[in-house]
Design a protein around this ligand. Structure first.
Ligand SMILES: C[S@@+](CC[C@H](N)C(=O)[O-])C[C@H]1O[C@@H](n2cnc3c(N)ncnc32)[C@H](O)[C@@H]1O
Length: 278
């Protein structure tokens, strides 16, 4: 028997909440600290999209409650996420040690974990977020992308359409939730190719239509391989898309040197060489 990283409950009089991430690939991404939070919790809430993962979770804790049934086509996801927060907080207020388990990283494109921690802290309870391996982490590894090389912007795809954002085509652009891009109701599970065409039209302001983009799905089971589809930007509407794809738009041009700043830095270097500045 291994020593738990989180000390076993000594019947806390106050409730607490820990939101942890399962990572993306079943069985291989869960960190020892996240596992310890799951094992030591009085009640575990599972915000996971996969029944197999829930079964696996039940081997670590007897009281695992699925948050999945609260989703419904036609019901606003925000309403669902508020319900999740209420369910978790009810148990925290009842003095329980609660663990919310979410796939990937619990704080990346995930509203409820951030909210429940905010609410719990405001009410004086202990609240903690434990990072996990996100789709973003897998993407860098599987596609061989270093976000530090050219820089990397991340957008929720609908947000990119609904607001006037500035895309930098000299760096990577990573688009999340493209499978439901343009859904203004927050109540659909998917949108069709006509919606993705709007995204293509917007991106065409910064990229040529034959620019190669990547539709990426990380492996969620150890027996799977990542799915990597490379297509021309113009063909994005025709790619079969689920709720689990992330789209990567590689840089199309090189950044322009900033001559004014370089001149300023050169002047500072001279002053530094003469011992005038640190
Ligand atoms: C609600 S967000 C959750 C992200 C998750 N918390 C994480 O850390 O990766 C859902 C979006 O994550 C991305 N995603 C989910 N599963 C994925 C997978 N298997 N491969 C690539 N991206 C994925 C997609 O962009 C999807 O629309």
């Amino acid at each position: 028997m291994t020593t738990p990283l989180i000390p076993p409950s000594t019947k806390p009089s106050r409730g607490s909440i820990a939101c942890v991430g399962m990572g993306m690939t079943l069985g291989s991404h869960l960190t020892p600290l996240s596992r310890s939070h799951i094992e030591q919790a009085d009640v575990v809430f599972a915000g996971l999209s996969d029944g197999i993962v829930e079964i696996w979770l039940k081997r670590m804790n007897d009281d695992v409650r699925s948050l999945q049934p609260y989703y419904k086509e036609g019901k606003s996801r925000l309403q669902t996420y508020r319900q999740w927060v209420d369910l978790m907080m009810d148990e925290v207020r009842a003095g329980k040690r609660v663990c919310g388990v979410f796939y990937g990283h619990p704080g990346i494109f995930a509203w409820s974990p951030h909210k429940v921690i905010e609410v719990a802290r405001a009410e004086g309870f202990d609240a903690h977020m434990e990072p996990g391996v996100s789709a973003e982490d897998c993407l860098y590894a599987d596609l061989g992308i270093d976000p530090g090389r050219f820089g990397c912007q991340h957008f929720e795809a609908s947000q990119l359409l609904l607001f006037e954002r500035r895309i930098d085509p000299t760096g990577y652009l990573v688009l999340w939730q493209v499978g439901l891009v343009g859904d203004q109701s927050l109540a659909r599970f998917q949108t069709g190719s006509a919606y993705r065409q709007v995204l293509v039209d917007l991106l065409a302001e910064d990229y040529p239509l034959d620019h190669e983009i990547i539709v990426y799905r990380a492996a969620t089971l150890p027996i799977e391989k990542p799915r990597v589809i490379r297509v021309a930007l113009r063909d994005l509407p025709e790619v079969k898309m689920t709720a689990e794809e992330t789209v990567v738009v590689p840089p199309v041009s090189t950044p322009k040197p900033n001559l004014a700043i370089r001149a300023r830095l050169d002047a500072l270097d001279k002053q530094h060489a003469q011992g005038e500045i640190a």
